[in-house]
Design a protein around this ligand. Sequence first.
Ligand code: MG
Length: 222
Amino acid sequence: MVSFDLDDTFWDCAPAIANAEHALFEWHRVHTPRIASDHTPETLLEFRVAIRRQYPELAGCVTATRLNSLRNLLVKHGYAAELAEEAFEVFYHERSRVVLYPGVIELLESLRGRFGLAAITNGNADLEQIGIAGFFDKIYAADLELLAKPHPDMFHRCLQHFDVEGHEMLHVGDNKVTDVQGAIDAGVRALWFNQHGALWESADTAPHFQVESIEQIHQLLS
Ligand SMILES: [Mg+2]
């Protein structure tokens, strides 16, 4: 079976997050003007970082962290904490408006039916909105119960669900630590999606496979 990381493996994450932050700030301008006038996007980021430090127990779940930060921000400026859900939806819709790398749909179409397919992500992108949820037999997204990569939790749950051994599972991802080292430590084979030509520094371990493009993943698994 094959598992895939999502952010920066199937799409560039940074532009979607930037658009989402922008949309959220515009929402604040309209619905919570005291927040918009007291803050810039930069000071909102500082506020989020400070809140995140206060609640380390939420750190593994980006959704819970974001909602908690919004609630704290709203209450601090005299608005109802319940508005956090509405604000989050604005952010979340834009965060999930990603541009798939060329060849992703073709790759998933070619793998469907030949391999069990899973997504294993530390993020919270909405695969239904993106339109690729239907390709996956199982989607694991780190939250308050599922521990974030590189912890082996989601890899091991995946092995159990598909009833396979570690050498029968290939995890594909861009991140050297969370994807490659995480998979290796979980006893799973790792394919490093290294599209920017980074160097592998560790002398102790190495990814089982390394590719620079979606097309090369396609070729490797065909
Ligand atoms: Mg990634």
